[in-house]
Design a protein. Structure first.
Lengths: 743, 830
């Protein structure tokens, strides 16, 4: 039995809009996979799958159209019969049907969108295995099936009944197909028979294969009156192209138009017509061999019709899949899709050079292949630009070794792969990293402990122990010694748990001693380890800084002589740079704050004496306002600047400001002194607030240092004014309080 | 509006005027049902579906109630409109209790009775399909004052009373069967939602504090008036209803749902957690991390699962074991109602800060989805493909809804020319700690459809925000603009092979250059190639600068292009072709032309620098530019989206789409080719995606692209083709006519499923009963027939058998031998 030969094959069928792949697994379960994401959508096993397995899978011809508006408008214009067809079409679209032929002769029609069996065609049908099913190309309600019992049955989908049934062959009929005009039916066993669909009469018989033909496929386009179809037979290393004269069927030639050679028997056939310049018709044939190799053929129908005996064509492209180890992977099916991921059976090209290669012609389209195991099939989109070689071998992961995750499919959440070797860049890492020459690298390696020979390692360990013993004898605390051994072991084995434990020590003495005893060839490794750990959050690095500091201090001399110093420790340096970027600014801030505080405290100390004595002179200024009281106490920004920077511009400005201030000072002296104590307290609170604004100002000052002087003056004044305003605002409350106190 | 069919095979959800019928097992839309012809017009308010319920007399039929008082009866299994009729009530909501349908609504103004208040009506719908317009309503309770947006109303299963929440704290029981006695109970905490126990007299109410209060014994106790209480009058012993409290939620409870038997109560709220309470014991079970706050819960009639709808428009089916069985989602709306209201009302606020992006490899649109996720939305099938977890953080609901927690959000995104690299920028700024900014480079592996993290950069522009990412076309170089005043470039380099396996070459991204200009902030970047030399244009506030990329990838400043006033910053730079640059200011468009001066050989020899001539050749004022896009196939054609305020109505804006074209000799031409009116609801994001019908070497036209847009409603729409070409564009409000021929034409594919043997028995018995007297033959052979079927019962596997109860009676009846009436009479006579 020929069927046994490929019983290991998976039945695989691609939906006509290309968004779903149906696979029949050996245990009779039909699985539906989404082509875009290769996720399992649905599983179906018929209630009789154990008695009657699935023998063929055929999707209905449908195109999901989004523009329902257009459809409905067209509908009104159509005649009655067409409108029924149209409504069947919408029905088919909605239901998303797939026909399953079974080995007991019944046909199951399953609706994918409803996820339920829609109907079962069995009564009055076949008595043996259904070999092939063909849906009508023009959306009428008929489907045709052929079987091992030699009958062809036409079914009505609207009524789920047999429309017609006739004996077409004494032997099994292995495949069936309807031509695009819906006039002829071709069916095959070893020979191909052409039937007139209306009269149900045999028109012609064609021979060309030595084995049972398992697939007949029409080209979706016809060339004037000529229609073309392709055939593939089991274990026959040849595919044939035939022509059918639809106007006058008897004129059709009995011979094959063209044959194509494969290096193995075919297992899958898909034909796409290519229309060029509105005239030229070509066919692109995708054929899969039993070994799972994909062959692409191109055939131009208009090329030459002279000679009857032509050489069989060879594939223009073959695609093979291999695992990384080199064992072959089998491709089950392939189809062509456009950029919208819709399956194509026709490609229309504009004005293209006849000479242009296939890859150029199809660069807007994609080739989908289905491969892998039936447990975890992969559907992959290949761009034609990848198929630049005639014999392309693609390397893929072994699908048997990867795990299946069903969780993602239910919740629609995809988590990206985050592997351990992610490169992390932190601020301060400058310049592109150039790859390092080989010689250099080897040198570097020789110093790495992981590359040392066992003997060397033992020597190092032995050295440690002797060191340790020496310390024991001297009566030192053994703790550090233990830590050292652990540290060395940790570094050697790269045991992060052990290192975590060791690096948690924060006692300065312990750290210093451990580091001092550390053999020099571990120093660099320790620094790198510390660097890696320091790149996380700043908080976690507090303890590690102590380690880094003591390593750098104690082993400076070794590090200076270390040959690959810049390459291996550059990142440490950059990290330190980045981390301490804000340090100068912070220390400036600290200085300013100290200055302010010292001023405040000194004035507070003066308080009692100033309070007791009567002021010598009162100056009453009618324009003065109470609001200005605090301005004296809180030095304005310009005053800060005066202390911190001795730039000329600042001074000018501050002098200008001071003038204003002095007037106010004079006026408010008496009042201010009374309430000074209170002010000090409230000021301390405010200090916290003003910190942030000061910081910002500092930044600005720095960035503008290099800039034009004019701009800076403007900016500074603005900022100073802002600052004053802020303080004024904040002080309003306090002022109220003060007033109350006075009363 | 969410409804499950009685056998939990289908899920119904209404969106606009369209009823979507989903299959629960496959997760696909089976039918999109709309009783008007133009189902695309979802913005047509008249036919919007208000409510839906199953036909109480036929479980395979469904009623939809439309805003214009039309009721449609559907056969949802076959997608057929059975009939439609009109009602005199403006329906707001429908409640289905046992065999009757109750409607909350108000009478139409046209009717004589000018009773405007919202009332409860009982509807009596004639069940026969042929008769039309036979619908009656009966007033039951009038003057209801309830909040219809929330789930605050329930009708008792015995149809004796209704319970609803009045105001904020009052629970009202209205016993309409017994002299309309109304009882009001005051709660201490504000009530949010309500659910009635299916079998017992027991009400569960959710509160704003997160407690679920369960009320018992409210029927028997007297009506308490708050005023009487304060007067200190005598109270009945029985006067107060018994209360018990279930407490887990910390935020207001939004939805409550009992299972059909009432043993389990589901509750949900903003915590994104579904809580399952064993009602009697108070034991609880959780399904956490559902991704988005829960807005409503519906439990299925057969208790297999409950459907949970979320604020981001996702629907989860959660099985009884608290596992997600199926997810239905299309375009996600990340509006969690915790953001500041002023911000949402702002015209430039968007829930999609990264805008809409087209991802070529999967032919889908990528934008912000769940917090910290990217959603991959396939517009051709209107389905969410998946959410990609970029920041790897769980969304934590805030303690207080008015103070949202800061979470890391993706702010910028870019794909390189062949979509193999994805770059994201995420930022978390809680304005307390230093902001965390990460630049991530993801590599897309088309063999398994996975993204893998390649390089992670912390604080790429020190601690400042990144405003723009752009890939250099056809090259793996990324440019970033930051608010620290510089633009940086990043390149892909070959990594030094690791010591473990020398063969594997690894690539990762490194920082390459950094440049700035006059301490101004860069805003956009565009690339050129003039005379085989690479140039890059960078806009800084109102100035565009031109830089040359040297062979060592360093940049050298060439020229600056200043045209507009300082207060009109540049929003976009777009290359029209290699010698023309479109500079888009906020309110002005400029086209700059670059001309490469051809030098003599002498000049080259003498080492004179090549010079580049720049001049502004065209300028036009426009209003409020939203976005500039190029067609994906032909980048010399630039589309400009402009926003205008309508003077007539302030809540609407007009969006105009203009295209700019440059031919070789003449001036650039700019004209508006399309406009439409849009609700003012935040920023409108646009994306241009290729239409597949593009053929090569063909002139570009708007017909070749789809323009999709989304605003803060979370619905993605397509700019219509017909109106694109048409000049008269405001014809959106097409007349609504009932096109019944559409449904008459519909053919149904017959279902011919094999019946199980028992079903066949029941069927024959039923048909026997109907035409029993007529068919003598069957009657005579009934006993023999039954015996043969008894054998079949014995051989039928147990799992194929229907419930015993359903055919018991028929079987027993069929065993009786029916006496001939004449014989019977004779016997009696004798």
């Amino acid at each position: 039995m020929h069927r046994l030969a490929n019983s290991s094959d998976l039945l695989c069928s691609i939906s006509s809009n290309g968004d779903c792949v149906a696979l029949c697994t050996p245990d009779g379960v039909i699985k539906f996979y989404d082509t875009l994401t290769s996720n399992l959508k649905l599983e179906y096993s018929s209630s009789t799958h154990l008695q009657a397995g699935c023998s063929c899978l055929v999707w209905s011809r449908l195109k999901r159209t989004q523009n329902t508006v257009q459809n409905s408008k067209q509908k009104k214009l159509k005649t009655n019969s067409e409108s029924t067809n149209k409504s069947i079409e919408t029905e088919l679209n909605d239901l998303d049907l797939i026909a399953l032929g079974t080995t007991d002769g019944s046909i199951l029609i399953y609706s994918l969108s409803k996820a339920s069996l829609h109907t079962q065609l069995s009564e009055g049908g076949h008595s043996d295995k259904v070999n092939d099913i063909s849906w009508c190309p023009n959306y009428s309600d008929s489907i045709y099936s052929c079987s091992d019992d030699g009958y062809i049955v036409e079914w009505s989908l609207l009524e789920s009944k047999v429309k017609a049934k006739w004996k077409a062959s004494k032997t099994a009929i292995t495949s069936i197909s309807i031509d695009p005009t819906n006039n002829y039916l071709i069916c095959s066993s070893k020979t191909i028979t052409v039937w007139d669909l209306k009269s149900k009469t045999k028109v012609k018989t064609l021979t060309g294969h030595s084995n049972d033909i398992f697939k007949l496929q029409f080209l979706s386009q016809k060339n004037q009156d000529l229609e073309y179809f392709f055939s593939a037979a089991h274990n026959d290393r040849i595919l044939n192209a035939w022509t059918l004269n639809s106007a006058n069927i008897t004129e059709t030639s009995n011979q094959t138009l063209q044959s194509f050679t494969l290096n193995d028997g075919p297992s899958f056939l898909e034909v796409i017509s290519i229309k060029k310049n509105d005239k030229n018709l070509e066919a692109l044939v995708l054929a899969m061999t039993h070994k799972g190799q994909l062959c692409l053929f191109k055939y131009d129908f208009s090329s030459d019709e002279k000679s009857n005996l032509k050489k069989p064509l060879k594939p223009i492209n073959t695609v093979k899949l291999e695992t990384k180890e080199g064992s072959p992977l089998k491709i089950y099916a392939a189809f062509l899709a456009n950029s919208k991921n819709e399956k194509l059976d026709l490609i229309e090209l504009g004005n293209v050079n006849n000479e242009s290669s296939l890859v150029d012609m199809l660069n807007n389209n994609y080739l989908y292949i289905v491969y892998g195991s039936h447990v975890n099939p992969r559907i992959e989109k290949i761009e034609f630009s990848e198929l630049n070689e005639t014999k392309k071998v693609l390397k893929r992961d072994d699908p048997f070794k990867t795990s299946v995750t069903l969780q993602t499919q239910a919740t629609k959440i995809e988590s990206p792969i985050i592997s351990k070797d992610v490169k992390v860049l932190v601020p301060g890492q400058s310049g592109p990293q150039t790859s390092i020459g080989l010689g250099n690298q080897q040198k570097r390696k020789s110093t790495e402990p992981s590359q040392m020979t066992l003997e060397e390692r033992l020597n190092v360990m032995g050295l440690d122990e002797t060191n340790g013993e020496a310390y024991y004898k001297n009566g030192q605390v053994p703790k550090t010694d233990n830590l050292l051994v652990l540290l060395v072991q940790g570094l050697q084995s790269n045991d992060s748990k052990m290192l975590n434990h060791i690096l948690q020590h924060k006692n300065d003495k312990v750290i210093a001693k451990t580091v001092r005893m550390l053999p020099t060839n571990y120093v660099v490794q320790l620094i790198k380890e510390l660097n890696k750990r320091l790149q996380g959050h700043a908080q976690s690095g507090l303890g590690l800084i102590k380690w880094l500091k003591s390593v750098l201090m104690i082993h400076t001399s070794y590090l200076m002589s270390y040959p690959d110093l810049i390459e291996s420790l550059g990142s440490v340096y950059e990290m330190m740079n980045a981390r301490t970027k804000l340090f100068p600014q912070l220390s400036k801030l600290q200085g300013k704050l100290q200055l302010v505080m010292s001023q405040v405290t000194s004035q507070a100390e003066d308080l009692p004496s100033g309070n007791d004595k009567e002021p010598l002179l009162y100056y009453q200024d009618s324009t003065s306002e109470d609001e200005q009281i605090e301005d004296e106490l809180i030095p304005s920004h310009s005053e800060f600047d005066e202390y911190v920077f001795s730039d000329e511009e600042d001074e000018e400005e501050s002098i200008h400001d001071d003038d204003d201030d002095q007037d106010e000072n004079m006026a408010d002296d008496g009042d201010s002194k009374k309430i000074l104590k209170k002010e000090v307290v409230s000021f301390k609170k405010k200090k916290e607030l003003s910190k942030s604004s000061l910081l910002k100002k500092n930044k600005k000052d720095e960035s503008e240092d290099d800039d034009d002087e004019d701009e800076e003056d403007d900016e500074d004044e603005d900022a100073a004014e802002n600052g004053e305003n802020n303080f004024g605002m904040e002080d309003d409350d306090d002022e109220d309080d003060d007033d109350e106190d006075d009363e | 509006m969410l409804l499950l069919s009685h056998d939990s095979k289908y899920l119904f959800s209404a969106s606009g005027s369209v009823l979507n019928v989903y299959s629960a097992t496959s997760g696909e839309i089976v039918y999109r049902l709309s009783y008007t012809d133009n189902s695309e017009e979802s913005n047509n308010n008249e036919v919007k579906i208000v409510s839906l319920c199953l036909n109480p007399y036929n479980k395979y039929q469904l009623f939809t109630f439309h805003l214009n008082s039309v009721i449609c009866l559907w056969d949802y299994e076959d997608g057929l409109l059975l009939k439609s009729f009109e009602l005199k009530i403006k329906i707001k909501k429908i409640y289905n209790v046992k065999n009757s349908i109750y409607a909350i609504g108000e009478l139409k103004k046209s009717s004589k009775n000018e009773n405007d208040s919202i009332s409860l009506y009982k509807l009596q719908i004639d069940n026969s399909i042929k008769n039309k317009n036979l619908i009656e309503h009966e007033l039951i309770v009038s003057n209801l004052s309830i909040n219809l947006d929330k789930l605050q109303f329930a009708i008792d299963q015995n149809e004796k009373y209704v319970a609803y929440i009045e105001g904020r704290r009052k629970l009202v029981i209205n016993q309409f069967k017994s002299n309309n006695s109304v009882k009001k109970f005051q709660s201490k905490i504000e009530l949010t939602c309500l659910a009635l126990h299916p079998n017992e007299d027991c009400i569960a109410t959710g509160t704003t504090s997160g407690k679920i209060i369960i009320w018992y014994n409210y029927i028997n106790c007297a009506h308490i008036n708050s005023e009487e209480d304060s007067n200190g009058k005598k109270r009945n012993l029985n006067s107060k209803p018994t209360e018990s409290v279930l407490h887990w939620h910390s935020l207001p409870v939004v939805s409550l749902s009992f299972t059909t038997e009432g043993s389990i109560l589901y509750s949900g709220g903003h915590e994104c957690v579904l809580v399952k309470w064993l009602f009697k014991t108070g034991q609880k079970d959780f399904k956490p991390r559902l991704g988005a706050p829960i807005s409503s819960i519906t439990s299925s009639l057969d208790n297999t699962f409950c459907a949970v709808k979320h604020l981001d428009n996702t629907i989860h089916l959660i099985g009884a074991n608290m596992k997600v069985v199926q997810t239905f989602s299309s375009f996600l709306c990340p509006n969690f109602k915790t953001t500041n209201k002023d911000l949402v009302n702002n015209m430039d606020f968007t829930f999609y800060p990264i805008g809409l992006n087209y991802f070529k490899k999967l032919n889908c649109i990528v934008t912000n989805g769940r917090p910290g996720h990217l959603q991959f939305y396939s517009y051709s099938s209107d389905k969410l493909l998946f959410n990609l977890d970029i920041v790897n953080e769980n969304y934590i609901s805030p303690e207080n809804l008015n103070k949202p927690n800061a979470h890391t959000e993706i702010e910028c995104l870019a794909f390189n020319h062949d979509s193999t690299w994805l770059v994201t920028v995420e930022r978390r700024n809680d304005s307390v700690t230093t902001p965390e900014i990460k630049l991530k480079f993801w590599c897309y592996d088309s063999t398994n459809n996975k993204f893998s993290l390649n390089t992670l950069v912390r604080h790429p522009h020190s601690y400042d925000k990144i405003t723009k990412l752009k890939f250099k076309p056809n090259e793996n170089t990324l440019f970033t603009c930051g608010e620290d005043g510089c633009f940086k470039s990043w390149t892909l380099v070959k990594n030094r092979p690791s010591s473990i396996d020398q063969n594997q070459i690894k690539y990762n991204w490194v920082y390459s250059t950094c440049n700035g200009y006059r301490d101004m902030y860069p805003s956009d970047i565009e690339f050129f190639e003039i005379n085989n030399k690479d140039y890059v244009a960078v806009s800084f506030e109102h100035i565009a600068t031109l830089w040359k990329i040297d062979y060592d990838k360093s940049l050298s400043f060439v020229d600056d292009l200043i045209h507009c006033a300082k207060d009109d910053p540049i929003k976009y730079l777009k290359k029209i072709d290699n010698s023309n640059l479109l500079v888009v200011h906020n309110e002005c468009l400029n086209v700059w032309c670059f001309k490469h001066n051809v030098l003599d050989e002498n000049d080259l020899l003498s080492g004179v620098e090549e010079s580049l001539e720049t001049r502004c050749i065209w300028s036009q004022e426009v209003k409020d530019v939203l976005k500039v896009e190029t067609s994906p196939s032909n980048d010399s054609n630039v589309l400009i989206f402009v926003r205008e305020h309508l003077k007539s109505d302030e809540s609407l804006i007009k969006i105009k789409i203009g295209s700019i074209e440059i031919s070789n000799n003449s001036e650039p031409s700019f004209k508006y080719c399309h406009e439409f009116v849009q609700d003012l609801n935040g920023l409108v994001n646009f994306v241009v995606v290729p239409n597949d019908s593009i053929k090569r070497n063909e002139e570009f036209s708007l017909e070749n692209v789809h323009i999709l847009y989304a605003d803060n409603f979370g619905i993605i729409k397509k700019v219509k083709k017909s109106s694109l070409s048409n000049e008269n564009l405001l014809q959106n409000n097409a007349d609504v006519d009932l096109n019944e021929t559409m449904w008459e034409n519909r053919k149904i594919l017959a279902k011919n499923l094999p019946e199980s043997n028992l079903a066949r028995i029941i069927d024959t018995n039923k048909s026997n009963r109907i035409n029993g007297e007529k068919d003598q033959f069957i009657e005579e052979n009934r006993n023999g027939f039954f015996e043969s079927n008894l054998n079949r019962i014995e051989t039928t596997p147990a799992y194929l058998m229907p419930k015993i109860g359903t055919f018991c009676y028929d079987t027993l009846r069929s065993m009786l031998f029916k006496l001939d009436e004449k014989k019977y009479e004779m016997q009696n006579g004798l």
